[in-house]
Design a protein around this ligand. Structure first.
Ligand code: COA
Length: 184
């Protein structure tokens, strides 16, 4: 009986461990983990058009706070998800024009990547919440985001973050995107 309890306890411990996720700013010492996460998730996408691929200059800006604060979800030491809050107004110029808020201070939820085995557990919802609060704290007028119209997980996570659907447009050199926004 004791053995069974021990086995049961071990099972419970293993089960609980899977859900102990820590959310924090990603330190530069974890750059390799970030790049590996990007490679693994983008390499395994069911449809490549769901994610606008990173250009080299963007990868080189991953830890630039003036470009995009970066937060991650960790299972122990393992980085299992990441999200960025794009704050660079030059980079957001095209999207601000598309929405008609060029004169406003806008930030964008983006860089949303979760390892397959950790999806559907609310991890992106929590990372969005962290960035939404950060956007308010930094004094932005609007938070925006975009997702492919056929990417249900991404669309739902934006709705859960409180963003509202605005319209679907072709942006960033031919990418079809449902555009979401929220006035802060
Ligand atoms: C899109 C993605 C970031 C979502 O992350 P996640 O941590 O799984 O999202 P959450 O667990 O916070 O789920 C948010 C909501 O979406 C729903 N959802 C998640 N994946 C879904 C799917 N494939 N189909 C339908 N709904 C889904 C969840 O059920 C939840 O809604 P609910 O609370 O009402 O049930 C993740 O699936 C991913 O990394 N995909 C590959 C990369 C990608 O497409 N990135 C987005 C580019 S814009």
């Amino acid at each position: 009986m004791e053995g069974i309890i021990v086995i049961l306890n071990q099972k419970i411990l293993m089960f609980r461990r899977r859900f102990v996720i820590e959310y924090k700013k990603i330190d530069k010492k974890d750059e390799k983990q970030v790049r590996d996460l990007i490679d693994v998730v983008l390499g395994g996408l069911e449809r490549k058009e769901f994610f606008i691929p990173y250009e080299e200059w963007e990868l080189n800006s991953l830890f630039d706070e003036n470009y995009a604060p970066l937060h991650g979800a960790y299972d122990g030491d393992k980085l299992v998800a990441m999200a960025q809050l794009y704050v660079d107004q030059d980079m957001l110029k095209e999207f601000k024009e598309e929405i008609g808020i060029s004169d406003k201070k806008v930030c964008e939820l983006g860089g949303n990547l979760v390892l397959k085995e950790y999806r559907g557990m609310g991890i992106m919802t929590e990372l969005h919440r962290i960035h939404y609060e950060l956007a308010k704290k930094l004094g932005f007028d609007y938070v925006i985001s975009m997702a492919h119209p056929d990417n249900p997980g991404s669309l739902r996570a934006l709705e859960k973050a409180g963003l509202e659907y605005l319209k679907t447009s072709t942006v960033a050199n031919g990418h079809l995107r449902a555009i979401y926004m929220k006035k802060l």
